[in-house]
Write a protein that binds this ligand. Structure first.
Ligand SMILES: [Zn+2]
Length: 161
C-alpha cells in the first residue's frame, strides 16, 4: 500500500551573493562605487554630466535604478556622509581652537559644507549606493551582460557549500 505523495514543490532557487556571481571581493563593489564607476563591472561613463546618470551601464548593461525608489538610498547615504563630515568639522574645529573657538569661520565652513557637499558627493553617492544595494540584493539573472558573470545561478551549479 502506497502513501499518497505530496505534490512536488518547486524549491526556491538559492540566491548567490553578487560578489560571488561577479568573482570579486565585496569591497571591490564599494570602491568602484566610491570612484564613480559601475560597481558591477568597474566601467566608466556612468554619468552624462555631474547630475545626470545614464540609465544603464554602457559596459555591462546593469540598470542602475534596480527597483522603483532605488535612489532614496543614495539620498540617505549622501545626507549621512555630509552630516558626518559636518560633525567632524564642528568637533575638530572646536577641539583644535579651544577655548577660543572661532564661531564665524566655523559657521562659514559648516554652511559651505552643507550647501556644496551634497552636490559634490552626488555622483559617488549614487554609484556607491548601487554597490551597497548589490551587496544586499544579489544580481538577478539577466540583470547584466552574462559575460561579466562568473557564477550564474541558472547557468552554473553553485559551488559546494
Ligand atoms: Zn557595468
Amino acid at each position: 500500500m502506497t502513501q499518497p505523495q505530496p505534490a512536488p514543490r518547486r524549491r526556491p532557487r538559492k540566491q548567490i551573493p553578487t560578489p560571488i556571481q561577479l568573482g570579486v571581493r565585496p569591497s571591490v563593489l564599494l570602491v568602484r562605487g566610491l570612484f564613480i564607476r559601475c560597481p558591477a563591472c568597474g566601467g566608466r561613463h556612468v554619468f552624462r554630466n555631474w547630475f545626470a546618470m545614464v540609465e544603464r551601464c554602457p559596459t555591462c548593461t546593469l540598470k542602475f535604478e534596480r527597483v522603483e525608489g532605488h535612489w532614496i538610498g543614495s539620498l540617505g547615504l549622501n545626507s549621512t556622509v555630509i552630516f558626518g563630515a559636518m560633525l567632524v568639522v564642528l568637533l575638530g574645529g572646536s577641539i583644535a581652537f579651544y577655548p577660543d573657538v572661532p564661531l564665524g569661520p566655523l559657521l562659514v565652513a559648516e554652511l559651505t559644507l552643507a550647501l556644496v557637499g551634497p552636490l559634490v558627493f552626488f555622483p559617488p553617492s549614487r554609484t556607491l549606493w548601487t554597490g551597497i544595494d548589490l551587496l544586499m540584493r544579489p544580481l538577478e539573472p539577466g540583470e547584466i551582460d552574462p559575460r561579466f558573470v562568473v557564477v550564474d545561478p541558472y547557468r552554473d551549479r553553485p559551488a559546494a557549500t
